[in-house]
Design a protein around this ligand. Structure first.
Ligand SMILES: Nc1ncnc2c1ncn2[C@@H]1O[C@H](COP(=O)(O)OP(=O)(O)OP(=O)(O)O)[C@@H](O)[C@H]1O
Ligand SMILES: [Mg+2]
Length: 443
């Protein structure tokens, strides 16, 4: 079900109504990954009763193959090719590799495509859906833009989705002049409704607000952020982004953008990913102690990954997880150590202890004791989820089996209170495993 998107639905309905009454038109939906472009295309499909619907999808690995995208769209229509003038038939025939010949004239190919769509729409109105248009081969993109600019009194509706979020696309953009404004995130009420569809356990309010804030209305992030992390892990800003699965589409685009960044910039990205509060001063402090130059932020901004202003903000909500996941464990520890050192022990002992714990390899009773104390505080302030997160971390760091069992039990209790029953059961198993066999574990 499509939540929100009132303006887009209206635009689609108008486009379809116009096409029914012989006023062809085009809509180019664009926005960041996961913002809901394909969902809008699906909506258009659902609303297009009485239409013939044809599709094409840009495929990254086919960008080098001229006319591959256009061929997807037109192949099912080619039985009507005979209705076109011979030079246009020849141009399309050569473009699609069905005939031998010199490279076809682009203008003729455009004209032929336009006429083919017009011809087909004589039978029934025609809806063409083109997804991932950013990955169309250049020849197809050019031809479709040509068609989109010239459709007029046929019964053709074109809807294209384009992953792109520059506020001012340049005049050289293949679809320049046709682009809609960038899609915004969902509003707060729709974001909450979508988040609720993705989680099985009840979320406490703080966690929910935090996910909503981090997702910034991006539907993919709203569905993915809570998916693989137990609610306790996200508690009070202590969740680590590596617990989350990053959809492949985000991971790939992130890797492409980050690959060529200087090592210092990559380390800076990791500091930002490991610091859940988005606190600029803290980021600067930690970066300085790691010897990262202030200039290192510029390439991250240019690659549209990170923006450091009054707050630190990843430009796509799922990039934070992707950065953290891609980092080596030793780098993660180094970065958490720097963050612990940069965190004020008076003002924010919780985060300091949390970062120290993340920086520790193996066991450390001192830090485990500190975490247990913080868990107690969190608990009395009514935060079972934060308490659970602290205790879970304490269990990992505890050297003595008896202490480990005790803390695992407490963690199980807090986790259960926080609404994550499966995670609580896992902790009970830990507690049982380290208890002496004669001990009975109170359940
Ligand atoms: N308005 C909405 N209401 C409910 N669910 C939505 C809405 N928009 C998107 N979704 C869901 O969010 C997820 C991501 O949306 P979608 O795949 O449409 O993003 P996209 O913009 O096409 O991303 P990409 O650039 O990666 O192709 C999908 O599971 C989709 O069903
Ligand atoms: Mg899509």
């Amino acid at each position: 079900m499509l939540l929100g998107r009132r303006a887009e639905r209206k635009a689609i309905e108008r486009l379809l109504a116009d096409a029914r009454s012989r006023r062809s038109g085009v809509l180019v939906v664009r926005g960041e990954a996961g913002i809901g472009k394909t969902a809008i295309l699906e909506y258009a499909h659902g609303a297009a009763s009485g239409f013939r619907v044809e599709r094409a999808v840009g495929v990254e690995s086919e960008m080098e193959f001229a006319f591959a995208g256009l061929h997807q769209l037109c192949a099912p229509l080619l039985d009507r090719l005979g209705a076109l003038p011979e030079p246009q038939q020849a141009a399309l025939g050569v473009a699609f590799g069905m005939r031998a010949g010199d490279p076809p004239d682009r203008f003729l190919v455009g004209l032929a495509s336009l006429n083919l769509l017009a011809e087909v729409s004589e039978e029934r109105p025609l809806l063409c859906l083109v997804d991932d248009a950013q990955w169309l081969d250049a020849a197809s993109a050019q031809t479709l833009a040509f068609v989109a600019r010239r459709v007029d009194a046929e019964r053709v509706a074109l809807v294209l989705a384009l992953r792109d979020h520059s506020p001012d696309p340049s005049d050289a953009h293949p679809f320049a002049g046709l682009l809609e404004p960038v899609l915004d995130g969902l509003g707060a009420a729709d974001a909450q409704a979508l988040l609720a569809t993705g989680v099985r356990t009840p979320l406490d309010e703080r966690i929910r607000d935090r996910i909503i804030a981090e997702a910034r209305g991006n539907p993919l992030a709203l569905l993915e952020l809570p998916r693989s992390a137990e609610p306790a892990k996200l508690a009070g800003g202590f969740g680590l982004p590596d617990a989350l699965s990053v959809p492949r589409r985000i991971e790939k685009s992130f890797q492409r953008r980050s690959r060529s960044l200087p090592a210092e910039t990559q380390l800076l990205l990791l500091v930002a990913a490991a610091e859940p509060l988005g606190d600029t001063a803290l980021l600067r402090g930690a970066a300085e102690s790691l010897g990262i130059d202030a200039e290192a932020a510029a390439p991250a901004k240019a690659a549209e990954l990170l923006d450091i202003g009054a707050r630190v903000r990843f430009l796509h909500p799922l990039v934070r997880s992707a950065v953290y996941r891609a980092a080596a464990l030793s780098d993660r520890r180094r970065v958490h150590r720097a963050l612990a050192a940069a965190t004020d022990p008076q003002a924010d002992p919780d985060h300091r202890a949390w970062h120290r714990a993340q920086a520790t390899l193996g066991v450390d009773e001192t830090i485990a004791v500190e975490l247990e104390r913080l868990a107690g505080r969190a608990w009395t302030r009514g935060g079972p989820a934060a308490a659970a997160a602290f205790l879970e971390q304490a269990v990992v760091l505890t050297p003595e089996p008896a202490d480990r069992a005790r803390r695992a039990l407490a963690a199980a209790h807090a986790t259960h209170q926080a609404g994550a029953s499966e995670a609580a059961l896992e902790l009970l198993t830990v507690a049982a495993a380290v208890s002496r066999p004669t001990d009975s574990v109170p359940l």
